[in-house]
Design a protein around this ligand. Sequence first.
Ligand code: SF4
Ligand code: SF4
Length: 382
Amino acid sequence: MQMPAKKLGLGFMRLPLTDANNQKAIDMPQVEQMVDKFLQRGFTYCDTAWMYHDFMSEEAVGKAVVDRYPRNTFTIATKMPDMMLRSKEQVPGIFAKQKEKLHVDYFDYYLVHDMNSVNYEKAKKFGVLPFLRGKRESGEIKCLGFSFHDSADVLDKILTENPYFEFVQLQINYLDWESEGIQSHKCYDVAVKHGLPVVVMEPVKGGTLANPPQQVQDLLKKAHPDWSPAEWAIRFAATLDHVMVVLSGMSNMEQLEENTGFMQNFEPLSPADWDLLLKAAEMIRSGIAVPCTGCRYCVEASKCPQNILIPNYFALFNTRKLMQRRDFSPEIEYYENYLDQGYGKASACIACHACERVCPQHIHISEWMPKVAENLEKGQTF
Ligand code: SF4
Ligand code: SF4
């Protein structure tokens, strides 16, 4: 399998716009300049998807990259929009249209987009997996993988049942690394167990880690005065041995200059710097709503009659509070995945207090559950 020469990928999902309210209004001259700098500095991995930029991202890649550079100087990754499929018949049409939009006759990397327990069933139902395996055999796909948002157990199941996948794309950043909700570390370990390289998405957690609390910024600044918080976050993900590329959805030339600057001759973080980021993650978490440590006593040492996945819901709730999310966000998607797997809703809590009797943090779980429900089930802040 072809590994990118450098560990930074250009995500075509937050491109500069000429009209901030119109995702289709991509600032192509600026994108072309960004692509020029990216490729000049020896980077190759360009990531897009069917629905990015209101379905215009793939065309932007076709114009800014494929039309302007020899095919062997860059690699293209795009994705089958599993979550949008309504029938088996759509699959070949979308694949053909993607080749047309991108002006390519093969994809270097092709992913099933947003695999989770529900979309996995959909991929099977609509014949997505055999279709893509056929394209892999015909050479229209050079490497086949999937992007993933679910628990480590689900990842393990999918990879065990489908050993032909060649890479996975995971959400990894220093704040989610030990999170019970997102399970970055556990998912990474599953990928390593299956011998797969990892593409990292959300290394800066949607921009949150570009602007962490002041005390965290002070801590990081002291260790490396010339590194920005976003740089720390990208370095964290790139330090992992089995990570082949870290995606960054760069939105302007300044970000591209910064990221390609420090990633050009990338050196992994020292153990001391790695530990500092884990400490920073603890500091960020200490400022968040529910002091749940994810010990899982409430799941394993007691039995919730409503089958509520308490620590995972708290992790998602805390992240939404931290990020001041008001609308739909990935955390709600994760929450809905858990419900689809048969776990109880936070709103189903009957305040029996069984979980509270075993919680070492003495968290009043039954008092928090209505707030968790309000946030994750109605998408409201608090
Ligand atoms: S208090 Fe709520 S969350 Fe805790 S065990 Fe009882 S029903 Fe489950
Ligand atoms: S027992 Fe308490 S601290 Fe441990 S996972 Fe459950 S709620 Fe969190």
